[in-house]
Write a protein that binds this ligand. Sequence first.
Ligand code: NI
Ligand code: MN
Length: 231
Amino acid sequence: MNRLTFHGHATFEIVTADGTRLLLDPYFVNNPQATVGPDHFHDGLDYMLLTHGHWDHSEDAWDLLAATGCALITSVEIAKYVSDVLGHEDAHGMAIGGGCDFPFGRVKMTSAPHGGRIDAPGAEGYTCTPAGFVLHIGETRLYFAGDTALTMDMQLLEGQVDVAILPIGDNFTMGPEDAARAADMIKPRTVIPFHYGSWPLIEQDPEYFRTLVEPRSDVLVMAPGDSYEFK
Ligand code: NI
Ligand code: MN
């Protein structure tokens, strides 16, 4: 089985059935929900995926690239920043709508209307296109929406996604009502809410979100440290 672990706010880890380890949007040190620190990954990380450059998705990314030497999969702009400024060679840039096969599975980059600043030293002049990812790992297609508004583009994902990981915090992303409309467009088997409860401004009740979505899709509420196994 493959395993998805939530580390709070927008940070997820995936360990595939064959032991490949992926980390999405690393934010640990100042993440009020994190139950582990970046050193949790110092014993081996294979891939890091970054949806965009905001600090609550990337604050620990730059040090972890150096500490682990892992491959980075992200927008072409962040990949260029990482290679030009940080000197990290193993950075794979993608753009919205493009897909690519990796040893662990397929990654497709999806649109995510949001802000493009890269919150990192020396990143002035680099602006990324924020994104989400559809990850096809094993038999399961996971949609990690990233920080996004509700967008009609999500209709294109109908029939393409088994598990949708959707932000519900409001203010910076979709709130519960828009995320429920996204779920209705995408029609996944399971929806996992994230990007809420980290600060008072994005406080939400995931059980309210559940009432908006079930029974059309199942809602899986993950507490930080929780894991979900998938085929
Ligand atoms: Ni953001
Ligand atoms: Mn965010």
